[in-house]
Design a protein around this ligand. Structure first.
Ligand SMILES: [Zn+2]
Length: 828
């Protein structure tokens, strides 16, 4: 899965670890035969299912339960009626089990509008209906009865009745599609391999479908009709990256993806993407409504490869319990970047990762919501709370460190053994670490505990010829395998440059490690060059000055990203002013030509100028950024992201002239320019109406709402607030995030402050209500204010500390209020 979505349901019990262990020890599931009737979703809201579960019980006579969070209409165990009055809290008790059992449960789910496992959406532009399912962690039980835990794997066979105009996608290719006498068509799918209940899927709707045959695989892409022009625009690249990924992973992991069919289905109102076996479901906000930038294309390739890596790590070999969910996600994220660098055009993906995502991992890790990468997960609710930047980003970084520590060849050899030995089974972290340790000839036990069982970031300092390491809060530091790049000022091709005059490798142990072979008299010692480890790095004063004023002269994008990210880390910790940070990053941007880092650097600059600068300095800092953006816009390769940044920072007539010319045939840019003008007090209702008519995007009304959201007026903010919180009319994911950016304007501080407090009121209602984690996670994270006062911070902390606070709410409040504390300090 990429990005966090889930839900909590009141009145339903969350499976705990002991229950899961007991049930796994008692049962072996032979197969699921699941008949789904989706015809009721054409005009109504009910999904019906009949789940036939064939399973063995290792202690005949024993009792257990099956999960079903839907209205149970009828249930029999071995032909015997189950008394439905015993069904409670989403569980059907099963008593007096035989050695071999057949359970049949018919159920109906009417909650198909909230996105809890199943979502029915009506496209606003053509009124066509689409339905998706997405079950991680334990939402399969909302669609049909099942033993909903990852280590009770079984083949699934689906038969799906759907309206005749719909296409159904599931984990394999349908074996037959037959018209039914009583309406609709019956789609029959073959047995899946042994799968966990959370990676099966049924999507349906009048999809637009594209297919290509590549290297023995049948690749499919699907989207709603209103977006087909965007899918067709991007299809070739999607097919190419998919084919490249399947070939790369198949080779590296020592076994090809074992089925012919590999489908990717783009659906409305979903956050992120989900690694359903052979049928990945994606948010269709990645079918960008204007020509995507390099960074957007790279992010799509990254998600594509992440979900694909899960086919092996997650689906083929699955975590036994959710406490290893982090490993599932960290591995897929690491493998995605690794594959992007080695098998696609995105060869600087590690630099992109460092300049963007990795910084969010450092930020969470320095705040009060940090936790060890490997956490205790007593029940499934807690599993979803751990979907954060520690899980994905720090986990990915630490796996990169592991690869540096044991060597890539040994790591890959270990992976091959792991996939071979555990195919279609379940594992724990120790199984992976022992496979890698065996291949490398190293015992990784201490390493594993140091890196995975402790929160916080180590700090590494180069002092003379020693690396000094300190752990968080004075603890022992971890072992680090790292590289030190040594640079001297000079010239290359007649221009100023920092030339690499040496490299030293260090494996630190304890708090002081001597570095061998470090050349002296350098202008810059770049600690953690190539970004092999996860640590805050500090260096001598001369190196720091070189890094801040001459990072632009470093020879490669990853080194420049390391310099910039170190400056960002210092800003967050109050060691550097926003002005100094901007001097460093804008200096790099003035001649940066690597598209993989330009966009994260532009985003960082905008954030620093808008949010982290004292109010009086915001216009000046935005003007500095606008100048750099205007200049980058002259490079055709960088023009699109540069213009977007210019649209967010423009103040002068000359900037608007450039923008207006470029926006004439670019609806996305035109919306951004309207937002900027509205924020500056120049709301133009007629221009919004005209663009709304011209823009074919089915979600264009959300763009129009963004223009309203930017206006420095109470009534405009109120109108948008009602759409977001009361009507819940904004699709999850990108549309909501973009709208939130329009809404929260740090420069409108006095106007925004009461809204920041209203945010906490809303969160209080959400947390107590039954709105579901879809709302809690997506809305809370998306709408976190970017400006606040001390009273807000204290209130957020108090709410986070409430006993029995929902874990996702708590983590979001802690992370958000910590970030705002740092912002307020930097503003002075
Ligand atoms: Zn994932």
């Amino acid at each position: 899965m990429s990005m966090a979505l889930g839900h909590a349901t009141t009145g339903v019990r969350s499976l705990n670890r002991e229950e899961a262990e007991a049930r796994a020890a008692l049962l072996e599931v032979d197969r699921y035969d699941i008949a789904v009737d989706m015809r009721g979703l054409f005009e109504g809201e009910v999904l019906e299912s009949t789940s036939t579960i064939t399973f063995r019980c290792l202690q005949p006579g024993a009792s257990t339960f099956v999960d079903c969070v839907a209205e149970v209409r009828h249930a029999t165990l071995n032909g015997r009626e189950i008394d439905l009055s015993t069904v409670s809290e989403g569980r059907i008790p099963l008593t007096d089990l035989a050695a071999e059992n057949v359970l049949v449960v018919s159920a109906a789910q009417a909650d198909t509008g909230s996105g809890a496992g199943i979502l029915r959406t009506v496209d606003p532009s053509d009124k066509l209906v689409y339905v998706w399912t997405s079950f991680e962690a334990d939402d399969a039980r909302r669609a049909w009865a099942c033993f909903d835990q990852p280590d009770l794997k079984a083949p699934h066979r689906f038969t799906v009745l759907a309206p005749e105009t719909w296409t159904v996608t599931s984990n394999g290719a349908p074996t037959s599609v037959e018209d039914q006498a009583d309406g609709g068509r019956l789609w029959t799918f073959p047995d899946t391999p042994r799968l966990s209940t959370y990676v099966v899927v049924v999507n349906a709707g009048p999809f637009h479908e594209l297919r290509q045959e590549r290297d023995g695989h049948s690749l499919g892409l699907y989207c709603r009709q209103s977006l087909k022009q965007y899918l067709e625009r991007d299809a070739q690249e999607l097919f190419d990256v998919t084919a490249a990924g399947l070939a790369f992973f198949g080779e590296q992991f020592g076994q090809p993806f074992p089925q012919e069919r590999y489908d990717q289905v783009f659906v409305p109102n979903m956050g992120g993407a989900m690694e359903n076996w052979g049928c990945v479901t994606w948010t269709d906000s990645v079918l960008f409504r204007s020509q995507p930038t390099y960074g957007q294309r790279e992010s799509v390739a990254s998600v594509l490869l992440h979900e694909m890596a899960h086919m092996w790590f997650g689906d083929l070999v699955t975590m036994q319990w959710w406490d290893d969910l982090w490993l599932n996600e960290a591995f897929a994220s690491w493998a995605s970047t690794w594959a992007a660098v080695n098998a696609t055009e995105y060869t600087e993906a590690w630099a992109t990762f460092l300049a963007g995502l990795k910084l969010s991992g450092y930020q969470v890790d320095m705040g009060p919501a940090s936790h060890p990468i490997r956490g205790d997960v007593p029940d499934v609710t807690q599993a979803m709370a751990n979907f954060d930047a520690i899980t994905y980003v720090k986990g990915q970084s630490v796996l990169k460190q592991l690869v540096a520590y044991v060597g890539e060849d040994a790591f890959v050899e270990g992976l091959r053994a792991y996939f071979r030995d555990h195919a279609w089974g379940n594992t724990r972290l120790a199984d992976l670490m022992s496979a890698v340790g065996d291949a490398a000839g190293r015992d990784l036990t201490a390493w594993t505990e140091a890196w995975f069982d402790r929160a916080g970031t180590d700090t590494l300092v180069l002092a003379g010829t020693e690396v000094l390491a300190t752990g968080p809060d004075g603890e022992e530091p971890r072992p680090h395998h790292l590289e030190i790049g040594v640079y001297r000022r000079g010239e290359a091709d007649g221009a100023r440059a920092l030339q690499q005059v040496g490299t030293a490798y260090v494996e630190t142990t304890g708090s002081r490690t001597a570095v061998e072979g470090l050349p002296d008299q350098a202008d810059l010692y770049l600690l953690n060059d190539r970004d092999l480890t996860f640590a805050a790095v500090r260096t001598d004063e001369r190196s720091l000055r070189t890094m801040l004023d001459s990072a632009v002269d470093l020879p490669d994008a990853l080194s420049r990203a390391l310099a910039v990210s170190t400056a960002w880390d210092m800003l967050l910790k109050g060691e550097l002013s926003t002005d100094e940070l901007l001097t460093c990053v804008l200096g790099v941007l003035s001649s940066e030509r690597s598209p993989g880092v330009v966009e994260p650097f532009l985003a960082m600059s905008l954030k620093a100028a808008e949010q982290w600068s004292p109010a009086v300095a915001v216009p000046t800092q935005l003007a500095r950024l606008a100048e750099v953006a205007a200049s980058l816009a002259e490079d055709p390769e960088l023009r699109a992201p540069a213009l977007r940044t210019l649209a967010a920072s423009a103040t002068e007539a000359a900037h608007f002239e450039i923008l207006d010319a470029a926006a004439a045939d670019n609806n996305d840019l035109a919306w951004r320019v309207l937002v900027r003008r509205a924020a500056l007090g120049g709301y133009d209702a007629a221009a919004v109406e005209a663009l709304l008519k011209k823009d074919p995007d089915p979600d264009a009304r959300v763009r129009a709402l963004g223009v309203t959201a930017a206006r420095p007026e109470e009534s405009a903010k109120a109108e948008v607030w009602a759409e977001i919180w009361e009507k819940r009319s904004i699709p999850a994911g990108t549309p909501l995030l973009a709208l939130a950016q329009c809404f929260w304007r740090p420069v409108q501080h006095d106007l925004m402050l009461p809204w920041a407090h209203r945010y906490l009121d809303e969160v209080g209602h959400l947390a107590g209500g039954s709105g579901g984690m879809l709302a809690v996670g997506s809305l809370m994270r998306g709408m976190m204010p970017t400006t606040a006062d001390q009273a807000f911070i204290e209130r957020a902390r108090t709410m986070a500390a409430e006993p029995d606070q929902n874990p996702t709410v708590r983590a979001t409040l802690l992370t958000g209020s910590d970030a705002l504390t740092r912002v307020l300090r930097a503003r002075g």
